[in-house]
Ligand binder design. Structure first.
Ligand SMILES: [Zn+2]
Length: 309
């Protein structure tokens, strides 16, 4: 068969272009919640490596040589920012990575680290043990997750403009899921009186959730898990649980349950279940994606808060 020069050229170009098109964007995300969002938006166009794995604590992570190698081979690095990953700058430097870094929380209205997000006004609830200037757990509000999604889309499109159409379609689908889960959260909490929406968790990871959906969260440990609960803070929390008759205490997947178990022994509060704060579950767990995490936490919270009739 005789081919025209133009046809041969087109074939040759297609052969060269094919591997480039098939090559996924190599993305390193610092922890599982961000890794999932990158997968949702990136789809088949990305290969995601997540540094801190399921149920891992990204506050106090110690990077490994394998992490540095993953960064060294990456096309894009995706981080939370707001002081969440205190270890990332050193890791980027050590890896020699010189590429773009998407900070997913860019554009979020941050909650100040010192700010009292307990609207009930407990003057003695001291957040002085928090180190960061800002609360990093912005993803716990779905409105912020939309901002995260937009930042991730922007980063991926910049890294692979040829994949923009697919990325935009995936992004739109993910945002529709975010809208749906946000409506579910608002609808499920609505019948619960504001004054009854009080929850104790292991550390202060739900400030944005509380602000967005009108829930008061209390914790024996501050916004970072770096510092341990002080005896005075635990005693104060126990007094508060008793005074306000708080029933709902939740163990976080990333935290040691013993402190909260101790607190429930000294009060009438019960462990209401296990919620996911800073990390997703493993793939076969109840919170393998961001959307599943928000649904799982909502189900746990509402079950504990709904008064027995
Ligand atoms: Zn945290």
């Amino acid at each position: 068969m005789k081919r025209s020069f133009a046809a041969s050229l087109a074939m040759a170009m297609a052969l060269f272009a094919l591997p480039a098109l098939a090559e996924p964007v190599k993305v390193v995300a610092t922890f599982t919640i961000l890794g999932d969002m990158v997968r949702q938006i990136g789809g088949d166009e990305v290969a995601v490596t997540t540094l801190v794995g399921p149920d891992g604590d990204a506050h106090v992570y110690e990077p490994t040589p394998a992490d540095a190698r993953a960064l060294g081979a990456a096309n894009l690095v995706v981080v939370n920012g707001l002081g969440m990953e205190g270890w990332i700058d050193r890791l980027v430097k050590a890896s020699g990575y010189k590429g773009p870094v998407t900070v997913t929380s860019t554009g979020v209205k941050p909650i100040a680290g010192e700010e009292e997000h307990d609207e009930a006004g407990h003057e003695d609830h001291d957040h002085g043990h928090d180190h960061g200037a800002f609360d990093p757990h912005a993803w716990q509000s779905v409105a912020n997750a939309r901002i995260y999604a937009d930042n991730i889309l922007k980063g991926l499109v910049a890294a692979a403009p040829d994949k923009a159409a697919n990325l935009r379609a995936n992004h739109a689908a993910f945002k529709a899921k975010l809208d749906a889960v946000e409506s579910e959260i608002k609808a499920a909490l609505k019948p619960i009186p504001r004054k009854d929406r009080k929850i104790v968790t292991s550390h202060d990871a739900f400030g944005y959730y509380g602000k967005a959906y009108g829930v008061t969260f209390l914790a024996p440990v501050g916004m970072s898990t770096e510092s341990e609960a002080a005896a005075g803070d635990i005693a104060k929390l126990i007094r508060q649980i008793k005074k306000e008759k708080i029933k709902a205490v939740f163990v976080e997947n990333i935290a040691d349950p013993r402190l909260l178990e101790q607190i429930t022994r000294e009060t009438s509060a019960r462990i209401g279940g296990r919620v996911y704060s800073d990390a997703l579950s493993a793939a076969d767990g109840p919170a393998a994606t961001y959307i599943d995490m928000m649904r799982h936490n909502l189900a746990q919270f509402t079950k504990a808060l709904t008064p027995a009739s």
